[in-house]
Design a protein around this ligand. Sequence first.
Ligand SMILES: Nc1ncnc2c1ncn2[C@@H]1O[C@H](COP(=O)(O)OP(=O)(O)OP(=O)(O)O)[C@@H](O)[C@H]1O
Ligand SMILES: [Mg+2]
Length: 360
Amino acid sequence: MSGIDIKNVSKAFGTTQVLDDVSLQIAPNEFIAFLGPSGCGKTTLLRMIAGLETVDAGEIHIGDRRVDDLPPGQRGVALVFQNYALYPHMSVADNMAFGLKNIGVAKDEIRRRVEDAARILELDGLLARKPGELSGGQKQRVAIGRAIVKNPDLFLFDEPLSNLDAALRMRTRLELAQLRRRLKATMILVTHDQVEAMTLADRIVVMKDRKVQQVGSPMEIYARPANVFVAGFVGSPSMNILKATIQDEGGFAVAIVAGTKIATRVPMAGLPASDHWRLGLRPECVKVSNDGHPATVEFVERLGERTLVYAKLSDGTPVTAEDAGNSRVAMGDAIHLRIDGARAHLFSGTGDGYHADEAA
Ligand SMILES: Nc1ncnc2c1ncn2[C@@H]1O[C@H](COP(=O)(O)OP(=O)(O)OP(=O)(O)O)[C@@H](O)[C@H]1O
Ligand SMILES: [Mg+2]
């Protein structure tokens, strides 16, 4: 089992800088998700770890070996892509065995490894089938099987679930979580799906603009976003980010938004001087109520168990609020919003995040 140490890695394609001085440490047996918008460099970083892309500057270590000059075959990694690229004329068993035959692994050993992988992935009954006779989820499992038989120290998954429909995606996500428990290995999953990252990863690496924006456990990232980008990117629907001025009341910041005061539990003592504060409020902290901040309903989304209410405050500031599943709120209604400022965040002019005092 190997950890990974990425030290000050940079990468450009021509004149386009894709990664700029990225450092990251991954513990042995850790499940890490790279999360970020399209084009932020997730695949590039994964391919650099796999050895499919060169490193312009910096070092990559896997276990106790520096690998950035080693060919992919010597790095002990297995990569699973978004499109499973199975050989259509070969059986499931042969698809899984193919890579091993190529490197001269003995026949008996190949059979043993393929049968083990098939058992782990519950593909036992399907080994003689051709890919054309499998469902999308089964094909994806064969692609994962092809990685498992290599006995890698490190599994790299590049959006392995994104070709699957919603139901299958959820099932395969659970399978991946179970697989992770059965296999002792370090895993990196590239995704732009925050639910995948939140549910599978021990830690999430949020990337944007050539940089790592934040590394943390799913709940750390959700509860204490390092900056306004992470705050808006993680969580669905997105966090409300509202222009605010702040003042000190009893050591905590009170935010003034649209002329009304919202008492936060963010300590004043930790805040820098800044002219452009923004208040961050998750929609679940803004509830439709009998009293509170007046607002007008612009749009309503009924999700069954809850209702999302897109409203405007008195000064026109848009805000996403929540109501019960059986909400009677309709477009155009004048409503009131009760805001739970205790869980509010503040973001300074530079975008840095400040959060409620955990002791508060
Ligand atoms: N071989 C290449 N040559 C030139 N530019 C490239 C190459 N590969 C990637 N890029 C550029 O590098 C940037 C990062 O690409 P990358 O594929 O790593 O993004 P990503 O985060 O995986 O995005 P997605 O979520 O869309 O898969 C993009 O701007 C892309 O256009
Ligand atoms: Mg990608």
